[in-house]
Design a protein around this ligand. Structure first.
Ligand code: SF4
Length: 394
């Protein structure tokens, strides 16, 4: 059975998911295998998809029980399982150096543009025992870094057990211990002094905070809080608690009703905020969300023009953050080793999250994937860092 996991967050993700299903249909049917499509897109559009794509054998949303039952019927769930067709080639993957651990799911915030609450439902905490179990499994599989994810991670707490401070402390004390803990998607109003203290004690100096805009009026229309000056106050508090922190954010360009002046406020904010990186989303109206029917929809060409302008402004500022690292000592978690010291190993320093940020290129050391090298930054190219190796840990 070929399983395609889908995303239904924005139109680009929906199109990519459908293209992946179509590709998998050909691949599976050439080999006599069945095909299952699972995940968020299916959760939201199951009936429409089933009518359009009858070649797919199983549609399964967020409840994976039907998929697991079908896999058991097929004869197993793992590599080497015998389906009712020929065994498919399973690509060999290197051991992971990062483990993603989900600590919550869903969201109660209902931002006007966002389809996630329609797909995932209200916020739910993943209980501590389950978080610790997933973390142990990731570490046992070779992960050196744990990345804690959810739509609203700063809110994590389990009544009678404790909050993020205890969770991070227990994760740090696991055996084998993770070298880094990283928390993604901290909502701005969830970043208080207690959270900053917990991050400074247990996590890497990295804050991923979706600010989305800097105009108070646009944020209000989005159903969010704050404005540029409150964002700057927040960033000052973050930097006071976590010196040398890398701050990543996301912004939406061309939200309905966004005027030239409001967009200029956003540009002025990103030029002042000293961010290390930020993602830019051109506004993309999602059916069923309040923003899709708001008056003042910005013409698509202008949405993309503003998104490009915002992306350039962010790039222009963020490169300074990375250039300023020159001369600083860094720990680098190696993702692609070097067989000889004359080679170049590739990894990430603590200021770079996997999959979304730049890389660190280390010269002068023979090193394997999963090892940690102590290096000194020598320069940067865009969002990537160059470094010279020093000591290496096992
Ligand atoms: S906080 Fe994030 S996940 Fe929740 S509704 Fe807003 S954008 Fe969507």
């Amino acid at each position: 059975m070929v399983v395609v996991n889908t995303c239904g967050f924005i139109d680009a993700a929906k199109e990519e998911s459908i293209a992946a299903i179509l590709e998998a249909v050909d691949f599976a049917h050439e080999r006599g295998a069945r095909i299952a499509a699972v995940g968020c897109l299916v959760e939201r559009y199951r009936e429409e998809l089933a009518a359009e794509l009858p070649e797919v054998d199983l549609w399964c949303g967020l409840d994976t029980a039907p998929l697991l039952a079908a896999l058991r019927e097929s004869g197993g769930e793992g590599e080497g399982a015998k389906g009712h067709g020929a065994a498919l080639p399973v690509p060999r993957r290197p051991r992971p150096v990062t483990g993603y651990v989900k600590i919550s799911d869903g969201c109660d915030r209902r931002c006007a543009y966002c389809a996630i609450p329609l797909i995932k439902g209200d916020y739910e905490t993943v209980v501590a025992t389950e978080v610790l179990r997933s973390a142990r499994a990731a570490l046992a599989a070779g992960a050196k870094e744990l990345v804690l994810v959810g739509q609203d991670t700063s809110r994590w707490a389990q009544p009678g057990w404790g909050g993020l401070e205890r969770l991070l402390a227990e994760l740090k004390a696991l055996e084998p211990a993770p070298i880094w803990l990283r928390l993604l998607y901290l909502q701005p109003d969830g970043i208080d002094e207690a959270l900053l203290e917990a991050l400074s004690r247990h996590a890497v100096p990295y804050v991923d905070v979706p600010l989305q805009h800097a105009s108070g009026a646009v944020l209000e229309r989005m159903g969010r809080r704050g404005d540029g000056s409150r964002h700057l106050d927040l960033l000052a508090r973050v930097r006071a608690a976590l010196p040398d922190v890398a701050v990543r954010s996301t912004f939406v360009a061309g939200f309905p009703g966004e005027t030239d002046e409001e967009f200029d406020e956003l540009l002025a904010f990103v030029r002042e905020a000293g961010l290390a990186a930020a993602g830019v989303f051109p506004f993309d109206a999602q059916a069923g969300t309040p923003a899709a029917t708001l008056p003042g929809q910005v013409p698509t060409a202008l949405v993309f023009e503003r998104a490009a302008q915002l992306g350039e402004a962010i790039d222009g500022v963020a490169v300074r953050f990375w250039q300023a690292l020159a001369g600083r000592p860094l720990e680098v978690l190696i993702e692609r080793g070097a067989a000889r010291p004359e080679g170049v190993a590739v990894g990430r320093c603590a200021l770079q999250a996997p999959d979304i940020d730049g890389r660190t290129f280390v010269r002068g050391v023979k090193v394997r994937r999963g090892q940690v090298v102590h290096a000194v930054a020598s320069g940067s190219v865009g969002y990537d860092v160059e470094a010279e190796a020093g000591r290496r840990e096992p």
